[in-house]
Design a protein around this ligand. Structure first.
Ligand SMILES: C[S@@+](CC[C@H](N)C(=O)[O-])C[C@H]1O[C@@H](n2cnc3c(N)ncnc32)[C@H](O)[C@@H]1O
Length: 262
């Protein structure tokens, strides 16, 4: 991992942390100054994050805990529609400023993202999950909001001492998040490790079947029924599954054009 990026993450303003304690941002303005700090880009790598998601042009995304729209606006430039969801009306007002037309704001309740049922392809969280109480119940609502084949993306601060984000006692470890989603009927489908301060996980429903009745392993996806002839060698395919385009991107390789024409 890039040492400079780690250092940049360490010098980001320590929102929520003060010497000897933790204080949440006192106002939307205070939150916004931290979330939209220009230096954040150097370690948050929003463009790389979005590339890794390999979005489809018509994809519907819910960015839950959208804040000032840091990710919502960027996602909306690559996707069909983005719901910027938050419980803070002032932050949502900031998110709506200069937003692309395909981004809409949703004022959520703390225990309910208020999303359309079955309408979301990708639920996206960045530095939010630990804010949500009674997550098992919340995950049931996410499952109802997801379209068939939908996924949940969670990026969050590693649970160790960092002068960014909340103190370790308030953070969720990667292992805890994986265990919670497993218990809620999801499996870890992909994991990216290019962010210096955060883990980056992608979950899908456990019962997502391939045409042969088997599940695809991590970093593989069901070969579309209309194009099985496209798979040409065993390193790219197994058991009705093939390597995902995102898995090529994660290793900084171009996915073979004949397999992923768009
Ligand atoms: C650390 S900020 C992250 C903002 C944004 N995701 C980003 O990466 O810039 C956490 C956000 O979660 C929101 N939030 C807290 N609890 C929430 C809940 N139960 N449902 C939705 N949003 C919530 C806060 O209002 C805040 O905007």
């Amino acid at each position: 991992m890039n040492r400079l990026a780690v250092l940049l993450c360490l010098v980001w303003p320590a929102f929520g942390q003060v010497a000897g304690g933790h204080h949440p941002p006192q106002s939307a303005g205070e939150y916004a100054r931290v979330l939209d700090d220009a230096k954040r880009e150097e370690w948050q790598k929003p463009d790389e994050v979005i590339r890794a998601l390999a979005l489809r042009p018509q994809e519907v995304i819910a960015d839950i805990g959208a804040g000032t729209g840091y990710f919502s606006k960027r996602l909306a430039r690559q996707a069909g529609k983005v719901y910027a969801v938050d419980i803070d009306a002032d932050l949502l007002k900031m998110a709506a400023q200069d937003a692309p037309q395909n981004m809409v704001t949703v004022l959520a309740a703390p225990d309910d993202p208020r999303l359309p049922q079955g309408g979301i392809d990708t639920v996206f969280f960045c530095d939010v999950l630990h804010h949500i109480g009674n997550r098992p119940e919340y995950y049931k609502k996410l499952a109802r909001a997801l379209a068939p084949g939908g996924r949940i993306v969670n990026i969050d601060f590693q649970k160790r001492q960092l002068p960014v984000g909340p103190p370790p006692s308030m953070k969720l470890s990667e292992e805890q998040v994986v265990a919670e989603f497993r218990a809620a009927g999801f499996r870890l489908a992909k994991k990216f490790d290019f962010l210096p301060c955060q883990y980056f996980l992608v979950f899908e429903r456990k019962n997502r079947k391939t045409g042969t009745g088997t599940q695809c392993p991590i970093l593989f996806e069901k070969i579309p029924a209309v194009e099985p002839q496209l798979v040409v060698d065993a390193t790219q395919s197994q058991n009705g599954c093939r390597r995902t385009a995102a898995s090529y991107h994660a290793t900084r390789k171009q996915p073979p054009k004949h397999l992923f024409p768009r």
